[in-house]
Unconditional design. Structure first.
Length: 178
């Protein structure tokens, strides 16, 4: 077994990445406390070629030191917009035809692995604060909640890990559509 070199990976340049098509998925970060989590989510958005990130409330914004440390340059490839209030971001996304889902433990909920992407619909996925989750007023504006099945003793995952799992699951559906 041998690791692949950077050349063998065939990654696009920043310029080529900016021109390639993105999947119609936006991550909405609702008051994420940790700049490192934000940076990790930038890398996830780059890895799956997502449309953009919406950084809301207290969520750190580039060029925050912790974001740059974990984003590893993905702040240069991923489009992002900042909003003081998450609800304002969701109103804008709704007006642009997005279906809005929270990644949250709530009732009712849809298991992430059972979720079927709506055909011909863009999706915004809201990721909540590390302690409090998605805010109640934000949940009120969502079409539903997706939950990652978990089988251990802890009740939640780190927001960047959960975001990565959700992006993988949703991007599989977009990328593997017939």
């Amino acid at each position: 077994m041998q690791k692949l070199s950077m050349e063998e990976l065939g990654r696009p340049s920043v310029e080529d990445f900016s021109k390639q098509s993105k999947i119609p998925l936006v991550l909405v970060l609702d008051n994420i406390r940790s700049g490192m989590n934000v940076g990790s989510l930038f890398r996830t958005a780059d890895a799956f070629a997502l449309e953009s990130l919406f950084l809301c409330g207290i969520t750190a914004r580039p060029p925050h030191r912790e974001i740059l440390k974990t984003a590893l340059g993905s702040t240069d490839t991923v489009a992002w917009t900042a909003y003081d209030h998450t609800t304002d971001a969701l109103v804008k996304l709704r007006s642009e035809g997005y279906q809005i889902w929270a990644l949250e433990q709530s009732t009712p909920r849809t298991w992430l692995n059972a979720f079927e992407l709506p055909s011909e619909k863009k999706v915004a996925l809201v990721l909540g604060n590390e302690v409090d989750g998605v805010a109640d007023d934000v949940l009120d504006l969502c079409d539903g909640a997706l939950e990652i099945p978990q089988f251990g003793s802890k009740h939640s995952l780190n927001v960047a890990v959960a975001g990565g799992i959700a992006c993988w699951e949703l991007s599989k559906q977009w990328r593997l559509k017939p």
